[in-house]
Design a protein around this ligand. Structure first.
Ligand code: HEM
Length: 333
């Protein structure tokens, strides 16, 4: 395990480290049961190395353009406003996870991909089960997305945009990755971020995103790991060829060599952006610009609508999950 920022950057960006699951040691502590002995299926780019990985990243980067993000911004603002209206109509207390933190990114990723939000209960519960390690959930989501892709009318969404460029199998796997990665993580950052802001009312909340990403580091231990293709000398020790290294992003984001007084939340911390909460190197989070946009809008809209937002009960963390997140966050105003 590496826990310093320097080693984390090396392991995540040095091509002598591979992200192919079949090369990793099965005993490794991991986000998912590490039973993958086969090379990644077509389109399952998260577990590929360059140049296969680069091919898919290029295709996808063409979809995650600045233009598409600009088009999405007013949509995200409208979604946030609608969810806030729903909270006002309901009246306090409200569970912020089910009323806001989960539906916001879930609706955004649906619009981006061209997946009907009407099916959200199905894909939200299966996404959670998939991150817990359920193979059944992977199969159910794959079947759902394949049917959707087969019957899809072309539109201004990502699935339509990629349809001519990849096979149905590739597109199904790409859509599955984006659907799951696109809402679980952002929902976690909204709920835990609001919980954290409520605990620090003395701090200026106008620009909290980067420090919250650093401080909370919701993707912690287990998810990012890499296999050494040859012997590599790290800062303080040597990794032998064939060994697997896991990267403790939470520790790297609390590395005192980079962050002064690292365990203290300081929303005005000038070095906050040095964090590795979105990873680093070739597999740097594909959705980081989108996630940053969603978080900026979500925190701002909530605290503008409810300047007196407060806890209305104990937040309930989700247990045994590879992503730090809340199951429930009771709030009132
Ligand atoms: C990769 C974190 C939101 C899509 C990653 C990685 C991290 C991460 C740490 C690197 C994993 C590794 O190197 O092994 C986060 C956090 C988010 C977030 C903290 C929210 C605050 C999103 C969103 C999307 C997304 C909104 C999609 C719309 C992806 C994809 C990858 C990835 C596709 C794999 C990239 C690759 O392998 O090339 N994310 N993510 N993420 N993320 Fe995110």
């Amino acid at each position: 395990m590496v826990s310093t920022q320097k080693d984390a950057r090396t392991v995540l960006s040095d091509p002598r480290f591979s992200n192919r699951q079949e090369l990793k040691r099965p005993q490794l502590p991991t986000a998912r049961p590490n039973d993958a002995s086969q090379p990644a299926a077509p389109g399952w780019f998260i577990h590929m190395d360059p140049p296969r990985h680069t091919h898919y990243r290029r295709l996808l980067q063409g979809q995650f353009t600045a233009r598409r993000m600009r088009l999405l911004e007013p949509r995200i603002e409208r979604i946030a406003a609608e969810l806030i209206d729903g909270m006002i109509t309901h009246g306090p207390p409200v569970d912020l996870v089910s009323a806001f933190a989960l539906p916001l990114p879930s609706r955004v990723i649906c619009e981006l991909l061209g997946v009907p939000y009407a099916d959200h209960a199905f894909f939200e519960s299966n996404s959670t089960a998939m991150v817990y390690g359920s193979q059944q959930a992977v199969a159910d989501l794959t079947g759902y997305l394949r049917d959707l892709i087969d019957g899809k009318e072309p539109g201004d969404d990502l699935i339509s945009g990629l349809k001519a460029e990849v096979t149905v199998e590739e597109l199904t796997n790409i859509a599955l990755i984006l659907l799951v990665a696109g809402h679980e993580t952002t929902a976690a950052m909204i709920s835990l971020g609001v919980d954290t802001l409520l605990r620090h009312p003395e701090q200026d909340r106008s620009d909290p995103v980067e420090e919250l990403l650093r401080h909370l580091t919701i993707v912690r231990v287990g998810a990012p790991n890499r296999a050494a293709l040859e012997e590599v000398q790290l800062d303080e020790r040597t990794v032998a060829a064939g060994e697997t290294v896991t990267i403790d992003l939470l520790a790297a984001n609390h590395d005192p060599a980079v962050f002064t007084d690292p365990h203290t939340l300081r929303l005005d911390r000038p070095e906050a952006r040095e964090h590795l909460a979105f990873g680093y190197g070739a597999h740097l989070c594909l959705g980081h610009n989108l996630a940053r946009l969603e978080l900026r809008i979500a925190y701002r809209a909530l605290f503008e609508a409810f300047p007196a937002l407060r806890h209305a009960g104990e937040p309930r963390p989700r247990a045994g999950y590879p992503i730090a997140t809340l199951e429930e966050l009771p709030v009132a105003w």
